[in-house]
Design a protein around this ligand. Structure first.
Ligand code: AMP
Length: 509
């Protein structure tokens, strides 16, 4: 049996290939037949290039139906897909190209000049642009518009045989600590995860996914797009998140997936009402912690409880609140079927219920290691094969997991461990506070000092002293921030994660 991911999806396409696969925000329809034929043409082009086995095809492209076909074509032709954040600039791109040595780089036409220079200098043999309008850019080497080249190839392609252990993609971690590492994911990793998510989220025959996430990240590509492909479901495919656009398309959709920031932005729009959500079946959140307050406001406004799940580039999805049972705000739910999740203390022993420790995981979804970093990979796996997620959390009585933070965010002050999330939760409950981030900064006596960065709600008059006083009355003194700084907003990356490294830099003095 061919366990190439594309073959798995293809077997589940609707019987009528003329059904709508993708609808774009400018009203274009792409059928399942377009998906099959478009990906075949690109796969044939790649197959004609005589690439080495296991060749990486890197893509830094804007989100579009063609970008999704490019991904599917890569997998279909048996190569390894390497999506890159569209925000990456020259030094970052140089690092990824150097590290992954892709044989092919596909970029946006506007970036062709500098990317071609960077990639050719590092041994990449083929650079293409992914543009809508046919355009030939050829500088005497193998480069040009991917689509205008692919169009001359056959629209039939026999999907290359792949085993579950063969690589399908390399996802570079967002690198909020140190250098980004390439997580190697196999056809089997991704297939097992989407099969489980399909069942636990009760995907249904007539589902329509409103897709607003980027395609270069696990959430948009391997959770959202894979979910729809595996279910043979139509996607309403937005180029990016825009609350007005999302609200406009919600009445014809049944599933929406987002990062917490999307939900905050939807709630800020008065046009986001219960009526608009009446056709909706499921709202999923992940990639960063969803505030209990956002969850509560969302239920009040729409009658829907957001379903929060937890996962990462290295492992795909790990836990999920249940579709039918209780969805607990502040928790990411129990382990997914087939995934083993444990919380251990510094000695490596299992923690008691409620006790905070390192989250470790094992399962068919867990990656094969970091690309060309065997030592880093070995460091992150335990002797009994568990991957150390770097997240810190605890289980409750019902085996629901809660995440307290990243272990690297742990603050050690005067020899005491401080988990930022505990303090952030107390600050966030205070009237006038929108959100907060607690970090450690270098301190001559304590090693690290706890400080808090607070975003006040609009028009709230907040006093730093009052926040500190409330904390003093609530928690042990060593956990109380030495300083509270007010800011207009917290720095976040595209996936909504607070960039504590930037805050630590900004406030280190
Ligand atoms: P990435 O590889 O970019 O998807 O980042 C993975 C990290 O995001 C995880 O290790 C967690 O720290 C964080 N994360 C993902 N989902 C959640 C969630 N539901 N709640 C809190 N943190 C999350």
């Amino acid at each position: 049996m061919n366990t190439n991911l594309y073959a798995i999806f293809r077997a589940r396409f609707p019987d009528d290939l003329d059904d709508c696969w993708l609808e774009t925000s400018d009203g274009l329809y792409y059928s399942w037949r377009d998906c099959e034929r478009g990906s075949a043409k690109i796969a044939n082009l790649f197959a004609s290039l005589n690439l080495p086995a296991g060749a990486r095809i890197a893509a830094q492209v804007e989100k579009s139906p063609e970008a999704l076909m490019l991904y599917l074509a890569t997998v279909r032709a048996g190569f390894v897909y390497l999506p890159l954040n569209t925000a990456y600039r020259a030094t970052e791109m140089a690092y990824f190209i150097e590290n992954a040595s892709p044989s092919v780089v596909v970029c946006a036409p506007k970036n062709f000049g500098w990317i071609a220079q960077t990639a050719f200098a590092r041994g990449t043999s083929h650079i293409f642009t992914l543009d809508e309008v046919s355009r030939e850019v050829n500088q005497g080497r193998n480069s040009g518009s991917l689509l205008s080249r692919a169009v001359h190839f056959s629209d039939r392609f026999e999907t290359v045989h792949r085993d579950p252990d063969d690589l399908a993609a390399i996802l570079y971690t967002s690198g909020t600590t140190g250098r980004s590492k390439g997580a190697m994911l196999t056809h089997g990793n991704l297939a097992s995860n989407i099969t489980v998510l399909h069942d636990v989220w009760h995907w249904q025959k007539d589902d329509v996914l409103l897709h607003a996430l980027p395609l270069f990240h696990i959430h948009g590509l391997f959770v959202a797009a894979h979910g729809a492909l595996y279910n043979g479901s139509k996607m309403i495919f937005l180029p990016k998140f825009d609350s007005a656009e999302v609200i406009h398309h919600l009445p014809r959709s049944t599933i929406f997936m987002g990062v917490p920031t999307y939900y905050v932005r939807l709630l800020a729009d008065p046009l986001f009402t219960r009526d608009k959500c009446s056709n909706m079946r499921l709202f999923v959140s992940g990639s960063a912690p969803l505030l209990a307050d956002t969850c509560a406001q969302f239920s009040d406004r729409t009658g829907h409880t957001i379903l929060e799940r937890y996962g990462m580039s290295e492992t795909a999805m790990l836990t999920s609140n249940p579709y039918l049972g209780q969805r607990k705000p502040g928790s990411v739910g129990p382990a997914l079927p087939g995934v083993s999740v444990r919380v251990v203390n510094t000695e490596g022993d299992s923690c008691a219920i409620g006790e905070v420790g390192e989250i470790q995981v094992k399962g068919p979804n867990v990656f094969q290691g970091y690309w060309q970093m065997p030592e880093k990979t070995a460091e992150e796996f335990t002797d009994d094969g568990y991957f150390n997620t770097g997240d810190v959390g605890f289980f409750d009585d019902d085996a629901y997991l809660s995440i307290v933070g990243r272990s690297k965010d742990l603050i050690i002050t005067g020899g005491y461990n401080v988990y930022p999330k505990e303090i952030e939760s107390i600050i966030d409950e205070q009237p006038g506070v929108l959100e907060s981030a607690v970090i450690g900064v270098p301190h001559p006596d304590f090693g690290e000092a706890v400080i808090a960065i607070v975003v006040p709600r609009a028009d709230a008059a907040l006093s730093e002293q009052a926040i500190i006083q409330t904390l003093k009355n609530t928690i042990a003194n060593f956990k109380v921030p030495k300083q509270v700084h007010m800011v207009k907003e917290l720095p976040r990356n595209t996936m909504g994660k607070v960039q504590k490294n930037l805050l630590r830099d900004q406030f280190k003095e």
